[in-house]
Each structure stands twice: as C-alpha cells, then as structure tokens.
Design a protein around this ligand. Structure first.
Ligand code: ZN
Ligand code: ZN
Ligand code: ZN
Length: 368
C-alpha cells in the first residue's frame, strides 16, 4: 500500500478507490464478499491515510481480515456511503479531480459515485496496480509453488486410474475432492475432456463414458492460501491388456506439442517480450502444419486470480521480469477427433524459468 500511495503521488493523482475483489485482497488481505452495500479502500486525499470503508454489520469480518494497523470506518444503513467516501478527496472548484477505481468494482457502485460528484475524471487503476501485482514476492511464489505441487499430486492420483468406463463428470468430481484433500481451500475447475471432447479447450465435463484407445485432457486448478494452481496433462487410456495404444498421428501431434511447450519454457528470461514466448511455441506448431489447430494464446499470468497479467499472447510487448508468474499451455485440437494440451505454471527467475509443475509432461499411457 505504501508503494501504491507513492505511485499515486508521483502521477499527480488525487486518490484511488479499491472495490471488493482481488485488488482489495492484494492490498489489505481482506477477502470481502461482493455486495450491494459498499465496501472499499480509499487511498490518497488530503489525509492520505488509507481507510477501509465497510458497512457497520461487516465490521467484525473486516477486522478479522486485515492488518491491525489499517484504519477502518463504518457507515450505517441510512448513510450515503458514496458521499462519505468522496468527501475524503479534494473538492477542488476547478473540477479537475482524477480518481482511480479498481477494475473489479461493480458498475453499480461506480455509477453511484459518478452521480454524486460531477467533474471527476474516473480512471482505471489497472495501469498502476498491474505493476505491483505482476511481480510476485517470495511469499507469493511460495504459495504458487505449494498450490502447483498439490495439483501435481492430484494429476498423478487421477492418472493412476481407473478411468475407463467412468464418466467425465465422475472423474471431475474426484479431481475436486482430491484438490481439497491436497490442501486447496477451493477446487475451482476440473476439465476432463475425453476422446473427441479433447478438441474443445474449455470442455465442460459431461456424462460421456471414457473408452479405451483415446486421449484425456486433464486441466485442473483451484486456490491454496488464496493463490491459484492451474496445470494440464494429457493421458492416453489403452484399456485392459493395453490393446489400444496411442495412434501414430496422435503420437506425432503430441511430440510437436511437447517440443513447442519445452521451447517456450526455456525461452523465459527477464527482458524477453511476453509475445515472444507465444511466438516460440507457435512457430514450432505452425512449422509442423498444425497452425490452424492452435487457436488460443500460449498462456496467462496467475496469482490471486486464475487469469491475470501478463498475458502470453501475440501483441503483448510487455517485457518479462523476475517474479512474473504465468502459464505456458500450448494445445493442438483436431475437431471431431482428439486434442492435447500441456500446461505448467512458470515463474520468470533472474536467469531463466522456474517451473512450478513437475509432473512428467510426456504422454502418459494408462492401461485402465
Ligand atoms: Zn483455459
Ligand atoms: Zn488450465
Ligand atoms: Zn491456464
């Protein structure tokens, strides 16, 4: 928060209002529930001391969630909290006041602020907050590492089978149970995409029964200590007596994918543009004729949110810096037939990549 206040001062901004969401959690530790009653953190203004504004009935919850030295003010059911918050900022007559708001504040709250005070320029806080949130400190990296290791264990447990004869939904339910058993407080998603469903990157687990002789894309994640895991492995189920091993064309597709994934990972180092990591993976996949079959970005940042900056995508010139954490997850999808994806969370270290998912990436062949 001190660094944020510093940056606000530098840019000559009048203040910032942080609504409920990951930005508030990042700055204060408070995991507030988003509600129609206004909860927000104000930074800047004449007193410059950060203040957490909460409805009176949320006071105990807020106190329990934040550092003891953060000032908390409450508003009563019949107060106008928007006026109270705005009164903290300069009311200059020239009407030239710039106030930042966090991206996740509900439009409803921002509209109420706008109604109460004309002449304010409302700006997104993201250009400032992204600079802080993109660079993970040691504690954050440790939580990402723990979350990743827990997800890795679940991948291994699921890949140990049995899988054949079960529905995707049944396996997905097991993934969620196991993520919680391995320390996640929230099992956020469990993509289990079998056979032709593996060609859909965000497939919703269905009642399709897993057959011998097909791939399964397993993409799982949740939060541990507030920080997200997100990992993907591709399996192939052969059935009893290993009758139906991977086909030649699937083996080729997978080998290209693995080469692309590995090349993108080793390209990670400070100063390299995010888009160059995407290019590295895409060039290999394009070169083998699968360009049309890789139709999503190579990765996304990760932290308190499952998807955040920096995005590993063409057009993003953001240079990587030590402490940035993001996924590398190329995929190749052949509609109606099959698909594959490999996903690791990678931290940009001072000299190169630090990979947080360490389950073997090779095509895992499972008999049952
Ligand atoms: Zn995804
Ligand atoms: Zn994923
Ligand atoms: Zn991902």
């Amino acid at each position: 928060m001190a660094r944020l206040a510093d940056m606000l001062g530098h840019d000559g901004l009048d203040g910032a209002i942080v609504g409920v969401g990951p930005d508030l959690e990042y700055l204060t530790g408070y995991q507030a529930v988003p509600l129609e009653r206004l909860t927000c953190l104000t930074i800047g203004g004449p007193s410059s001391e950060p203040v957490l504004f909460v409805p009176r009935l949320e006071l105990d919850a807020a106190r329990a969630g934040v550092r003891p030295d953060l000032r908390i003010e409450t508003w009563e059911e019949t107060d106008d909290p928007y006026v109270a918050v705005l009164d903290r900022f300069d009311d200059r007559d020239d009407g030239d006041v710039d106030i930042l708001v966090s991206d996740r504040m509900w439009a409803m709250h921002l509209l109420h602020f706008q109604e109460r005070r004309r002449g304010v320029r409302w700006l997104s806080m993201n250009p400032i907050l992204r600079e802080l949130r993109m660079i993970k400190d040691q504690d954050e990296i440790e939580l990402l590492r723990l979350a990743g290791a827990a997800a890795d264990r679940v991948v291994d447990q699921i890949a140990s089978g049995p899988l054949v004869g079960r529905t995707e939904m049944d396996v997905a339910a097991e993934v969620r149970d196991r993520l919680r058993a391995e320390g996640h407080e929230l099992a956020q998603f469990a993509i289990v995409a079998s056979g032709p469903n593996a060609a859909s990157p965000h497939h919703q687990p269905s009642d399709r029964v897993i057959q011998p002789g097909e791939p399964i894309v397993l993409d799982i994640g949740g939060t541990l200590g507030g920080y997200n895991s997100d990992t993907t492995r591709t399996l192939w189920v052969t059935g009893a007596d290993d009758a139906k091993g991977p086909t030649e064309d699937f083996r080729h597709l997978f080998a290209v994918l693995l080469a692309a994934h590995n090349a993108a990972t080793v390209a990670v180092r400070p100063g390299v543009a995010a888009e160059a990591i995407d290019r590295t993976a895409r060039d290999i996949i394009d070169g083998e004729g699968y360009g049309e079959n890789f139709f999503h970005r190579t990765g996304h940042g990760i932290g308190l949110e499952g998807h955040e900056e920096p995005y590993v995508v063409a057009g993003n010139r953001q240079p990587l810096a030590a402490g940035m954490a993001f996924s590398i997850e190329p995929g190749i999808y052949v509609p109606g037939r099959f698909g594959a994806r490999i996903e690791d969370i990678v931290v940009c270290g001072p000299d190169g990549p630090i990979v947080l998912n360490n389950e073997p990436r090779e095509l895992r062949v499972v008999s049952g």
